[in-house]
Design a protein around this ligand. Sequence first.
Ligand SMILES: *[C@@H]1O[C@H](CO)[C@@H](O)[C@H](O)[C@H]1NC(C)=O
Ligand SMILES: *[C@@H]1O[C@H](CO)[C@@H](O)[C@H](O)[C@H]1NC(C)=O
Ligand SMILES: *[C@@H]1O[C@H](CO)[C@@H](O)[C@H](O)[C@H]1NC(C)=O
Ligand SMILES: *[C@@H]1O[C@H](CO)[C@@H](O)[C@H](O)[C@H]1NC(C)=O
Ligand SMILES: *[C@H]1O[C@H](CO)[C@@H](O)[C@H](O)[C@H]1NC(C)=O
Ligand SMILES: CC(=O)N[C@H]1CO[C@H](CO)[C@@H](O)[C@@H]1O
Ligand SMILES: CC(=O)N[C@H]1CO[C@H](CO)[C@@H](O)[C@@H]1O
Length: 852
Amino acid sequence: MTPPPFSYKSDPELNERKHIKSALLSLLELFGCSSEVDSMDSALLLTLLLPVAVVSYVLDLPPQVLFKVGDRRQLSCRMSSCPEKVKFAWITLEDRPIFATIDTQDRESVLVFDSVMKNHENTLLCKAMCGKETKQAKTQIKTYSFPKKPVISGYDRLKLGEENILRCEGSSIHPSEMLEVQWLYGDTVLQSYEGQSERDAYSLPLKFTPSEEDDGKAITCRASLRVDNIPADEMTKETSAPMTVLSAPHNVKVSGATGVLRGSNLTLTCEAEGKPKPAFTWTALKPDGSSVEMGKHHDLFIQGVSLSDTGTYQCDVSNDLGNQKTSVSVVVQAPPMDTYIAVSPQSTPKEGDSVNISCKSIGVPVPYVVLSRMVNGVKTEILSSEGPEISVTIDSVKLADSGMFLCEAFNDYGKQNENLTLTVEAHLLEVALQPDVEVVLEKGSSLILSCQASGCPQPKFSWKNLSNMPILRRPKTDGFRSQLVFDRVELEDEGTYLCEVTCGSIKKSKQTEVKVFSFPMSPVVKNSGPSLVGEMMKLTCTAQEVFPANFFQILWMDGEREMHSETGPFSSGTINLTSEYSYHVNTTDQDKRITCKVSLKMHGVPAAQAVKTASTTLSVHYPPRATSITVSPLTELKEGESVSISCLSDSFPVGRTVLSRVMNGVQTKIMTNDRLETLYTIPSVELEDSGVYVCETSNMYGSHNDSVEITVKAPPRNTTVEIFPSKDVQEGQNITICCRSVSFPPPMVVLSKLDSEKNVYSLDGVFLLINLTPNDTGLYQINVTNYLGYETEIFNISVMEKRVNDPLGWNDFLIPAICLGVAAALLGLVVYVWRARKKGSYDLTKCNLSTV
Ligand SMILES: *[C@@H]1O[C@H](CO)[C@@H](O)[C@H](O)[C@H]1NC(C)=O
Ligand SMILES: *[C@@H]1O[C@H](CO)[C@@H](O)[C@H](O)[C@H]1NC(C)=O
Ligand SMILES: *[C@@H]1O[C@H](CO)[C@@H](O)[C@H](O)[C@H]1NC(C)=O
Ligand SMILES: *[C@@H]1O[C@H](CO)[C@@H](O)[C@H](O)[C@H]1NC(C)=O
Ligand SMILES: *[C@H]1O[C@H](CO)[C@@H](O)[C@H](O)[C@H]1NC(C)=O
Ligand SMILES: CC(=O)N[C@H]1CO[C@H](CO)[C@@H](O)[C@@H]1O
Ligand SMILES: CC(=O)N[C@H]1CO[C@H](CO)[C@@H](O)[C@@H]1O
């Protein structure tokens, strides 16, 4: 036995083979073939070239096995005849590993394929050594894979009449070139396919345009793997399925009666073909374009149809493939119904209204209507028409149109009547006039007489006076109101105004009396002249432009006391109403307030306008009176004392007061004053302030005075003695001694010869010494005295002797004594003379004269 050229090993074997291959290559080159060797399977070459050993023992190994992919299979190489333990070796003759586990026993080696795969296909050599003897056997492993029935698709949604594609698919086929696939319809092969190597999956399309008969028929796909030794039941696999042919709805038909009587039932049935089974929808199509779904069954059922059910009904049939619709018109027939008679705008119209009597009915077919009037049970047709509606208009309805109206409606299915009672009423006219009854208003104010009519749609207004004559003034009339507008009411507008409204057969009126008064301003009081005490004063009160004068009263009032009242005369227009009031003026009336109150005693005159007053305050005039002069503190004063003289008087208007002093008939103004009271003060009186003081107050009406005498007293002073012709005289001459002194009361002047006891008194201070003798020579003294005091003067007289004459005795002095007596009577004047002389030149003769 030849030892095996190489032992079995899985991998090192590859090296071994390369050696062999190179050896073979060199061998083949000798035969002139080189490059082909490379592409040849070296294992196959080896098989061909290896020498076959002589075998004494039998080696059990099937020359060929067929495995199904996925199965668990074993391949056993056995040498049962060997008495000892056999050495096994597996050699792959193809360029691929064995991919199996080897389980070697004493005389058997088993290749275990846990799960047969396509690449287990191989050609193997099993070498066995029994002792020195080697035996080998070759086996070929073939595999096949044909695991599932073909899968067909597209058969269950075939569209009728269209080209559909069905598909038959399979996979994991081995050896794929052995595959044959066929589409079968019954026994007819529609399409077939031959497998190709290296394509273990197939997908065989079938173009098929079904007709309605194909629905439900089976279609088959058959696949066969034509490999030898494959079990018969695995060689062919086929799948059959019934075809489903789909179609959009078609042949839609509606059945049922389309003319039905109102109240009966309507049944419509809709039928259609199509797959899948179509759905039905019933829809009512309304005249306005809207639609209402009525149901989802192929039957449409309406119980008790009404007129509104008349119309078009549409059956919609649809399935996934499309839809179809068909419609049918249904007419609901009815006898006349809802017959209706009405009067518009209202059921009880007023006389003169326009009324519309309408009559209508509903029915199918359209009924015709007749409108009639029933008078005493007799029917009189007014109007008829071929339509369902008629109307009659009465433009101005009369009371006589009241009564019953009948509306009759007819069609093929019946008749219906309705009636109506028309009642025409007279208008409830009401007239209102504003202002109502009477209006009293002032001349010149505005007035609107507004006459309102109610309860009448078209009142007719007319304005009249009491004589039923139309008023000339144009009224403003507007629908239900008529107005007489007076922008300025005049006296002529007085009167009664009547608003008369006519409405159909009704006539009503209202009246109002317009009274106008005029009392535009307050009265005016005037005084006729100055109101002199004791005289009559005349006051006049005039109310201007008054009307009606006989309603006016003029009342004279002294404060609150009513003195005199007068009522105006009747007059046709406005007059100036005057009242006179005479009054005996008294001084107590000074500042008295006399009021003239004019009242309009007319009903309806607003209180504020009815009374107006005017007043005057009396100013009473009188001449001065009660004039008095007063001296303070005394009227007899001593020179140098102070004295005040005041005058008081009363007069109106206040007069002028003059204070003057009167002395010797000569008046001297001291002061004037325009007030009732005058005060004059002499701070230090002098003798010449003596006199009669007169206060005289005068105004335009007269004067009044009062006087007082003021006496200023003073002791003698500034005594001067003058001797005429001289102190020195001849015997038998006369001497006049003038003695002057200032004093009051007038002094007593005493002349005395100092060396004698005799005194001569003189009141005027003039002494006449007659027929002097020398014995008369001597000192003489003048003693001027009054009760306030005295003053003396001493002088010398010298008488020169001329001849012897009868001496002049003291009897000669008798004359001065007489003189003094006279002087005493003229006391006041003496002083005055003396003062005058003092001012002027001394006049000897006057001194002499004064002695007379
Ligand atoms: C009368 O009334 C009917 C129904 O209201 C109306 O159709 C018709 O026009 C009216 N006729 C007149 C003249 O107003
Ligand atoms: C009514 O008016 C007429 C003239 O319009 C007149 O003559 C008549 O006197 C008036 N009557 C009265 C009562 O005013
Ligand atoms: C009333 O008096 C006014 C003012 O003195 C005078 O203008 C007017 O004319 C008089 N009216 C009458 C009616 O005498
Ligand atoms: C002057 O007269 C008065 C009164 O008669 C007397 O009182 C007074 O003494 C007289 N004076 C002289 C100086 O005689
Ligand atoms: C009176 O006498 C005084 C002085 O005794 C003198 O001032 C005055 O002027 C005299 N008056 C008269 C009127 O002679
Ligand atoms: C001289 C002289 O004139 N003698 C008179 C004086 O007064 C007496 C009386 O008046 C006269 O008779 C004298 O003649
Ligand atoms: C005339 C006169 O009487 N003469 C007398 C004057 O005085 C002497 C004396 O006293 C007398 O004698 C004078 O007779």
